[in-house]
Design a protein around this ligand. Structure first.
Ligand SMILES: Nc1ncnc2c1ncn2[C@@H]1O[C@H](COP(=O)(O)OP(=O)(O)O)[C@@H](O)[C@H]1O
Ligand SMILES: O=P(O)(O)OC[C@H](O)CO
Length: 490
């Protein structure tokens, strides 16, 4: 009997495959780490062939774990968004490195388009900004700099990571879902279709791009897992997390703290318009109808902890940050502005570089690590202000992602935001969201409300910080972030 859903969750740092049953219980999971390539400062690349190989490896392992394809009803896919893959339609092989969402190489290109007065059109049509974060500028850079792409002519296929995976799984279906397409800066937000003016601005021919489809449905089948399985959901990972957190009604808000941190507030069925440089994005598309969200994107969250461990050698494990943060009474005046790949919402300054300030001889490793963790709440607090200014004030925040295993950080978020913070006991909400959508796509559930029965219990964190302490922290942060922004502008 087909009693499980197989989710392929393609994150920035790892590829995962997970099995869920109808109640939402996770019945198996396997992950493989992905190699991060940093060929130049500000550049981040992945090898699309490695993404595919590891996805296949994880998926096959979970099919074995389930007891064969007959036990699986459908596949759901969630993925790191904006990252672009270029491949050859004939060979099915990558033609260039995948340019990752964190990559800043298209900053000069964005600057010149901004100078040419193009940002207004991008914002009005897509709900996004002219920033190297989005796929369009990355593709424009690649088309100019990598001759093999033009040489491939009609054989060139372009897509974000889910599009690449569906192509490989099905042997040639070229689709993307509306949540992923809404992150390219080439999809018109209101109509959910490619915008010819924007495609041409980024030097892209429509024939290179995938067809935009719903987030749940029947998107072809795969035969590479030892039998035939339908693909029933495709969704960007942040939107998947919002669904997995049951942010199904207007105003519901979640923040996912993985490599980066992404806060989404459900805006209902009308595209929201930010006056404060937040992003408008598709939350999901079902039956051709879109729901939308306002998004604040923080570029550096868990990657800061990873950097402290792998590049600086200040910690041996991510988990150790919790004990270190608890070991001191406060940050000792140390602030960390983690602009290691520019700074995202609400500042949007790709040239900004990170800083650790307020150092004195009394500062210790624990103070620096605590300042690094505190930067997560500081950045989220900046977003809270602009969401409120855009008419989307939070009444509470649902949190998830690898970082929120850190209890100290979860409490610090509640303290600094002065809000109740809700953490699901099952932390893999991205995969759960993709499973909920696949459950709708394969007919297990009539809609996402019915599917949300898959979400389990939560732990609550309530604010405990006194006002004066919060004020001191926020003043210190503002000073630190303004000096980083000032240096970038100089
Ligand atoms: N206990 C912890 N405290 C702080 N950070 C953590 C902890 N555990 C994991 N992380 C960070 O969380 C990130 C992994 O989260 P995950 O959601 O798996 O990321 P992604 O989906 O972006 O690959 C890593 O960058 C890691 O440094
Ligand atoms: O890999 P994650 O989970 O940090 O997600 C990356 C985002 O989708 C980038 O927009």
């Amino acid at each position: 009997m087909s009693e499980m859903l197989l989710v392929l969750d393609e994150g920035t740092t790892s590829t995962r495959a997970m099995l869920f049953d109808r109640s939402g219980a996770c019945r198996g999971s396997h992950a493989e780490m992905l190699t991060q390539h940093y060929p130049q400062p500000g550049w981040v690349e992945h090898d699309a062939a490695e993404i595919w190989d590891k996805t296949l490896q994880c998926a096959r392992r979970m099919v074995d774990h389930a007891g064969g394809v007959d036990r699986i009803a459908a596949i759901g896919i969630s993925n790191q968004r904006e990252t672009v893959v270029f491949w050859d339609r004939e060979t099915g092989e990558p033609l260039a490195p995948a340019i990752v969402w964190q990559d800043r190489r298209a900053a000069p290109l964005c600057r010149s388009l901004r100078t040419a007065g193009e940002e207004g059109a991008v914002q009005a049509r897509t709900g996004l900004l002219l920033d190297p974060y989005f796929s369009g500028p990355k593709i424009a850079w690649a088309m100019q700099e990598w001759p093999q792409l033009a040489e491939a002519g009609e054989r060139l296929a372009i897509g974000t990571v889910e599009s690449w995976l569906v192509w490989k799984l099905t042997g040639g279906l070229h689709v993307t879902d509306a949540t992923n397409a809404s992150r390219t800066a080439m999809m018109a937000l209101g109509s959910g279709s490619w915008d010819d003016g924007l495609l041409s601005m980024f030097g892209v021919d429509r024939s290179m791009m995938p067809e935009i489809v719903d987030s749940a449905g029947q998107f072809g089948t795969t035969d590479v897992l030892g039998g035939t399985l339908p693909i029933c959901s495709i969704v960007g990972d942040q939107q998947a997390a919002a669904i997995g957190q049951s942010c199904l009604d207007k105003g519901d808000s979640k923040a996912t703290y993985g490599t980066g941190a992404f806060v989404l507030t459900n805006s209902g069925t009308t595209p929201p318009r930010s006056r404060n440089r937040l992003l408008s994005t598709v939350a999901w598309q079902l039956g051709g109808k879109r729901s939308y969200a306002l998004e604040g994107s923080i570029f550096v969250a868990g990657s800061l902890v990873k950097w402290l461990r792998d590049s600086v050698g200040m910690i041996e494990s991510a988990e150790e940050t919790e004990a270190l943060a608890r070991s001191v009474d406060d940050n000792g005046g140390v602030y960390c502005v983690p602009a290691l790949s520019g700074i995202g919402a609400p500042w949007w300054e790709p040239e900004a570089r990170g800083a650790i300030s307020g150092l004195s001889f009394s500062a210790t490793r624990a103070h620096i690590v605590r300042a690094a963790l505190e930067s997560i709440a500081h950045q989220t607090h900046d977003l809270m202000g602009v969401f409120a200014a855009d008419g989307a004030a939070w009444s509470g925040l649902r949190i998830d992602g690898g970082m929120v295993a850190n209890d100290w950080m979860a409490q610090d978020l509640s303290d600094l935001l002065d809000l109740p913070v809700e953490r699901p006991r099952f932390a893999e909400t991205t995969a759960l969201g993709a499973a909920m959508l696949a459950g709708v796509g394969c007919g297990w559930f009539d809609d996402l409300y019915q599917a949300s029965a898959m979400r389990g219990g939560v732990d609550m964190f309530e604010p405990q910080m006194v006002k004066s302490q919060r004020r001191k922290r926020l003043d210190g942060w503002q000073h630190a972030v303004q000096s980083v922004l000032g240096a970038a502008h100089d």
